[in-house]
Design a protein around this ligand. Structure first.
Ligand code: UDP
Ligand code: MG
Length: 328
């Protein structure tokens, strides 16, 4: 093939827009998605679409290659295995060259028809345009409630303000993309990273549609881990809570200790109090274990970061046409 590095750095005409689409087992949606994307983007200017195949097992790669065969503005970026949406998105951003980059899901939950509104806000001078869901259709009440709680918790715990009801669907200016590209942490909580870089930000409302086909890859275990990731990569609040919990418990035990000593002095030792002893022991044991667990969560993340592994490995990359032309 051609030399990726050479292509990457050679001067060429950049498309005005890059659309980054992480896709994991989205074969049934992609053709419909691309058709809708194309009819929207053609009205906006020069563009490319970077489809990131995140180690799919259902022929997504073949569908993307076919799309590229029919439309030279399509770039194929196949990762060596499934790395997860956050990293797939990062890989797409790394390969995007547009002045503005749009990140959008492949399952048509983020309607491409919203993109012109995002672009309009960008043209007004905003660097970051978040698409905020007006309704969350096709999602259970439990998922909605847990999402709500998570955003509230993050708002109170962290210094970075996360916009509520915002997914990864957004538009970023070139300088925001370059800024995000500098954040190479392994534990990628994208919403947090996007919020961390700052720059003039605005929000556009849209209606989130139900999935076009297939099903969500987010079960509750994954969502829980996602929330943990968000909290631990953006706040040290749990560590603080552990500290204060420890202080409170220590204080209470001192008070209780004094009470025990005084009682013994007054009434002598009656060797009673097995239940209270048990309660206190179990309680303290529990507090210690939880606290250790909290420390462990952070320690594990430190461990992962110190390995300094690359975020992802590319199995195959074929750029959109503007890139290839420039390399030749
Ligand atoms: N996705 C991905 N890698 C994964 C899981 C998901 O690239 O490991 C993509 C998926 O193909 C879709 C987007 O991320 O384009 C959102 O995934 P999903 O629809 O499962 O999440 P939800 O919309 O339920 O938040
Ligand atoms: Mg989805």
């Amino acid at each position: 093939m051609f030399d990726v590095a050479q292509t990457f750095f050679s001067s060429r005409t950049r498309p005005e827009f890059s659309v980054v689409v992480p896709a994991f087992n989205e074969a049934p949606s992609l053709a419909v998605f691309h058709a809708r994307l194309r009819s929207v983007m053609d009205k906006l200017g020069a563009w490319e679409a970077i489809y990131v195949d995140d180690g799919s097992t259902d022929g997504t790669r073949a569908v993307i290659e076919a799309l590229r065969g029919g439309d030279s503005r399509v770039a194929v970026l196949a990762l060596s295995r499934n790395f997860g949406k956050e990293i797939a998105t990062t890989a797409g951003l790394d390969h995007a060259s547009g002045d503005a980059v749009i990140v959008i899901d492949a399952d048509l939950q983020d309607p491409p028809e919203t993109i012109p509104a995002l672009v309009a806000a960008w043209r007004q001078g905003f660097d970051m345009v978040n698409a905020q869901r007006r309704v969350r259709e096709g999602e259970t009440r439990l998922k909605r409630a847990s999402a709500h709680m998570f955003y509230r918790l993050m708002r109170h715990a962290g210094r970075v303000k996360l916009p509520a009801d915002t997914g990864d669907f957004r538009l970023m200016s070139r300088r925001v993309v370059d800024a995000v590209a500098q954040l190479r942490e392994q534990h990628r909580f994208m919403k947090g990273l996007f919020a961390w870089v700052g720059f003039p930000t605005t929000t556009v409302l849209y209606d989130r549609a139900p999935r076009h086909a297939g099903e969500t890859k987010w079960n509750y275990w994954r969502l829980w881990n996602f929330a943990l990731e968000g909290i631990t990569s953006f706040t040290v609040m749990p560590l603080k809570v552990a500290t204060y919990l420890g202080l409170v418990v220590a204080l209470l035990s001192v008070i209780y200790g004094v009470e025990v000593v005084v009682k013994t002095l007054i009434r002598g030792n009656e060797v009673a109090g097995y239940p209270s002893l048990m309660t206190v022991m179990l309680f303290l044991g529990g507090v210690q274990l939880v606290t250790l667990g909290v420390i462990g969560e952070y320690l594990g993340r430190i461990f992962n970061e110190t390995k300094r592994r690359p975020l992802y490995l590319v199995e195959h990359y074929a750029s959109s046409s503007s890139r290839v032309d420039a390399a030749e």
